[in-house]
Structures are given as C-alpha cells and as structure tokens.
Ligand binder design. Structure first.
Ligand code: LER
Ligand code: MN
Length: 275
C-alpha cells in the first residue's frame, strides 16, 4: 500500500476535506518532505492545470499522482450525472472526460464522487441509474484508453442518495458492460454508512481501487475513533496495493494533519516505529 495526501486548488471547496490548499508547488514540496509517495489533486477543471509544470514538480520531488477528483463540476457549476436536464448531464460527462484525460497524462485515475449527484426532482431511481450506467460505461472506456480504471465513490447519506455503501455500489458496477470501474472506499463515509468497515471492504474485495484514509471524524487517522488496525488488516487480506490517500480536514492545520497521517501510515502500514 502506498501513501498519498490531498491538494485542493478549488476556492469553492474552502472548509472541505483537503490537506494542502491553493498551491501545487508548495503542496508537492511538503508531501515529499514528509515522505508521501503521491499527491491526489482536486482541480477546478482540467484546463486549470499547467501540465508541464506539474510534470516538472513531480519529477523534482519524486512523487506520483494518486488520483484526480472531478467534484469541482458539482461544487462550482452544480452539474452532476443524475440531473433531469440532458444538457447538464452532457456537460457533466464532458467535464469528467477532461479530468480523465488530464489524470491519464499523469498515469493516474479520475474519481467520480460528488458528480454521481442526487436522485431528485421527480427522476425515478431506475432512470437515474440508467443514466449513471451509460455514463460509467462510456467514461470507463475513456479511462481504459489511458490504461487507468475509473474510480466510483459511494458517499454518505448527507451528500447523495445514489450510492452510500460499498455492497450496493459493487452490485451496481457488476451490471456495467465493463470491469474497468473500481470502488473508491472512503473510510469517513464508510464510518457513517457501513455496519463494519473491515467486513464491507472484504466483501467488496477486488473491486476496491482506491482508499480515502480518514478517521471517524474526517480528521487525520489517529485523531478520531475508528479502529484502524482491522481496516488495514482487511486491505492486506485483499492484497490491496493501491493508495491510502488522506482526504481529510486540515485540522488543527495542514502541516499537523499531514504529519499525523504519515505517522499513522507508518504505524499501521509500513509498521515503522512512530517518532
Ligand atoms: C470526495 O472524495 C468525497 O469524499 C466527498 O465527500 C466530497 O468531498
Ligand atoms: Mn472521498
């Protein structure tokens, strides 16, 4: 398992669960200095990223990109894949497609979390899932062209009524025409929605493609009350080799949250003595 830390470049995400903010160069510098393998980037749009300078930063700091989020489509524009308006669903698909291409250029997957939307406004669940199915079939083929999976993330009930639990998500993605959609297991959402985080991970098995590494209160692991040892043990049993990416609140501040995450990663995963 590899370590990653989040960098948000989205002004509208203020107060959200991202460790470093507004400055890719400074975020990459701190991530590398603290020993992270990778950064996960939350950008306002694909074309907001200066690709050449990001390649340069990653090379200089020997970092990978763990994943790129697409949630700014929702946060900034209020677009998502389940809206009644065909025009907005198409805009959502285009926005995500561009993030997939950007992520692909950095050998990383894109994430669909908030862009799954909410089933509302008189749209039936069956209809919404049909739209979601079409979009995921199409977008995951695009990700496959980059040799990447597409990550789909169940969210807690206060953020979506589409997919809240790993089991329902796994059942849904098995109905797709593709095996290239993988689940993003966010331990914060799972703490709210699952009966047992380790059991849910074990049941989802090989469909897990990425993990958001957060404690019960969405702070750095160790600052809440999730029993992390059995969670990491479940991932080990699945032979999970992907990222544990800290999508957490920058509390008490970014530096302390990042340091605590690395301490927890070393304790639970790398099993090095904490210092
Ligand atoms: C996105 O990864 C996520 O977990 C949502 O809660 C939006 O922040
Ligand atoms: Mn998440």
């Amino acid at each position: 398992m590899k370590s990653a830390i989040t960098i948000s470049l989205v002004a509208q995400a203020q107060g959200g669960p991202f460790v470093f903010w507004d400055n890719l160069a400074a975020g990459c510098e701190r991530a590398a200095a603290l020993g992270f393998d990778a950064v996960e980037i939350f950008a306002p749009s694909a074309d907001s990223i200066d690709r050449k300078s990001l390649h340069h930063l990653l090379d200089r700091h020997n970092l990978e990109v763990a994943a790129m989020g697409s949630g700014a489509g929702w946060l900034i524009h209020r677009w998502d894949l389940c809206q009644a308006s065909e025009e907005i669903r198409q805009k959502s698909r285009k926005f995500i497609a561009q993030i997939i291409d950007l992520a692909g250029e950095f050998s990383s997957p894109a994430i669909i979390g908030s862009m799954q939307g909410r089933i509302e406004g008189g749209v039936s669940r069956q209809q919404a899932l049909e739209w979601l199915r079409e979009a995921l079939n199409d977008l995951s083929a695009r990700a496959a062209n980059h040799g990447q999976p597409l990550l789909f993330e169940p969210l807690n009930r206060y953020e979506t009524n589409a997919f809240n639990r790993l089991g329902d998500t796994a059942a849904f993605i098995h109905t797709l025409d593709t095996q290239n959609v993988k689940i993003l297991a966010d331990l914060f959402h799972m703490n709210i929605e699952e009966t047992s985080i380790p059991d849910a991970l074990r049941a989802a098995g090989k469909t897990i493609g990425h993990v958001h590494f957060a404690d019960s209160n969405r702070q750095a692991v160790g600052y809440g009350h999730t029993a992390m040892e059995p969670v990491v043990e479940a991932l080990r049993q699945l032979a999970y080799t992907g990222y544990l990416s800290a999508e957490i609140l920058p509390q008490p501040d970014s530096e302390a949250a990042a340091k605590q995450t690395m301490k927890a990663y070393r304790r639970f995963v790398a099993q090095e003595p904490a210092n």
